[in-house]
Design a protein around this ligand. Structure first.
Ligand code: AMP
Length: 513
């Protein structure tokens, strides 16, 4: 039981403390969570789920979804959250790959879910529908299953931008070690109240935000989704906000965002996608707070963080978390890179996942012989030890044999007056292998032309790094976690992107993660 993550998250010793505040839906104490998660664990058992079985959940963010997570942990089952934006066809792949004993969905999807699970291997129930009477009739006591630290707690599917989505297997030990490291690093205490506006099917909202709240016996205001007005309303009663960079850029355009509005706040944390230095500076000017940026991924949990005390350096992700080793190596030789030298980021530690579900070969290929996980991220360490993320390796553009790191070009383009943001990507080229293309979003302050950008770049960048084509867009395609979808840009460019007005539709962007 000591190794079961659940017993570190919920305990009766803290029974009267508030765990969750549901706007319009009351307050949930740790005692409530203990009892309700016991009911859910019993209900899962009643529906045939056994230790080690997968419980797939594709449901709107709600207290019920949180309880399913806790109930699954408690039972020793493997929690498998799925993005609600997935189509039936996508969901079908996850179900056939993971073979869950139970699939819980929203009532509106239950019919389609039953069709998908016709073979009878997976039981279907709906949250707010057929699951509820089963939960209601259960006892509110449950003996938390004894598991070992290496037993699976969850499977989270990663982005399927190249090939099929892979299920990252996360153990109780992975999640526990990471939440302990974050608590220490961010000085989290029972006095904290988090504004929780992230989705809970992803590592950020589920493990960083929820686990840290429960592990610290703190509280979270559980908002159904990101809504700037709701965040502004929650600020005076909260101490922490965790968000993706889009949260911060959108909040910056809120007229009521001031230092006074943030007076009660202790820390603002950002991750899952790069936070632009401009956003960091803008936030500091408006609120007096330096956003604390951290870096992690589904497979590794969190790896690095800017310091709580000390300089939170814009454009960097800080230092390795306690117990986590991060190294940057030359991809060709695997020799550690020197200061400011760009290379591949590799990570080792108790935070690193057990492997990809039913993909032993793929798993083996992603680890070095000395046990480091090859993240696929490109980065460097500066003279003061701060780690910088340059981008994903697959976004590296190789043109005429030269490596072009999109971030370097994007930083230059973003400095041109009239540019709000940009994304640089490579497209196939018969002559050069790849060509550099820039998608630019104007900020509307002036009339900006491709020639203005070209003139700026010609003074600053070698010719091979300069874009052969600059297209203007009204916004960049981003997924739910705020990541720019370069695959979508590449594809639309190849299909003859109609400039300015063309936007990939929302579903497509959502799916491209
Ligand atoms: P996911 O598995 O969806 O959490 O995505 C993980 C990827 O997001 C990492 O491999 C990075 O490429 C990116 N990422 C996460 N945090 C940051 C950050 N602070 N800055 C830049 N990229 C980040």
């Amino acid at each position: 039981m000591a190794d079961n993550l659940f017993s570190h998250l919920i305990s009766n010793a803290d029974a009267d403390r508030t765990a969750l505040i549901i706007p319009g839906g009351g307050v949930v104490s740790y005692r409530d969570l203990d009892r309700m998660s016991a009911r859910h664990a019993n209900a899962l058992g009643a529906l045939g789920v056994k230790r080690g079985d997968r419980v797939a959940v594709q449901a709107e963010k709600s207290l019920g979804a949180v309880l399913l997570y806790l109930g699954a942990l408690r039972l020793g089952a493997v929690y498998l959250p799925l993005n609600t934006a997935y189509t039936t066809a996508e969901t079908s792949y996850f179900l056939s790959d993971a073979e869950p004993a139970l699939f819980v969905c929203d009532p509106a999807r239950e019919g389609a879910a039953r069709d998908l699970c016709r073979d009878g291997r997976t039981t279907v129930a709906s949250l707010g529908g057929s699951l509820d009477p089963v939960v209601d009739e259960q006892e509110d006591r449950f003996e938390t299953a004894a598991v070992s630290a290496s037993d699976l707690a969850a499977i989270l599917y990663t982005s399927g931008t190249t090939g099929r989505s892979k299920g990252a297997m996360l153990t109780h030990g992975n999640l526990l070690s990471n939440v302990a490291a974050l608590k220490e690093c961010w000085r989290y205490t029972a006095e904290d109240t988090l504004i929780h506006a992230l989705p809970i099917f992803h590592t950020h909202g589920l493990f960083v935000a929820l686990n840290l709240t429960f592990f610290s016996k703190a509280s979270a205001i559980l908002l159904p989704k990101f809504d700037p007005d709701a965040i502004m309303q929650a600020l005076p009663s909260a101490t922490v906000l965790m968000g993706v960079p889009t949260f911060y850029t959108r909040l910056l355009s809120h007229p009521r965002l001031t230092a006074e509005a943030c007076r009660h706040m202790r820390v603002f944390i950002s991750g899952s996608a790069p936070l632009r230095a401009e956003t960091h500076e803008g936030w500091r000017r408006r609120t007096g707070h330096a956003i604390l940026e951290r870096y992690g991924m589904t497979e590794t949990n969190m790896n690095t963080s800017n310091p709580y005390d000390g300089e939170r350096r814009a454009g960097t992700v800080g230092f390795p978390l306690p117990g986590v080793s991060v190294r940057i190596v030359d991809p060709a030789t695997n020799v550690p890179a020197g200061t400011d030298q760009i290379g591949m980021i590799q990570v080792k530690g108790p935070n690193v996942f057990k492997g990809y579900w039913r993909m032993p070969e793929k798993t083996a290929a992603e680890f070095t012989p000395d046990g480091f996980f090859i993240t696929g991220d490109v980065g460097k360490v500066d003279g003061d030890g701060y780690i910088h993320i340059i981008g994903r390796q697959k976004d590296l553009v190789i043109t005429g044999g030269y490596n072009v790191y999109p971030k370097e070009i994007e930083t230059e383009i973003d400095a041109v007056p009239g540019v709000a943001e940009s994304a640089v990507f490579g497209v196939e080229d018969a002559d050069m292998g790849e060509r550099v293309i820039a998608a630019v979003v104007p900020d509307g302050s002036r009339d900006i032309k491709a020639e203005d950008i070209e003139a700026h770049l010609s003074e600053r960048l070698a010719r091979y790094k300069r874009p052969s084509d600059i297209i203007f867009l009204t916004e960049l395609p981003r997924n739910t976690m705020g990541k720019v979808q370069k695959d979508v840009l590449r594809r639309h460019y190849a299909e003859g992107w109609a400039p300015v007005a063309a936007r990939p539709n929302a579903r497509e962007v959502e799916n491209a993660r």
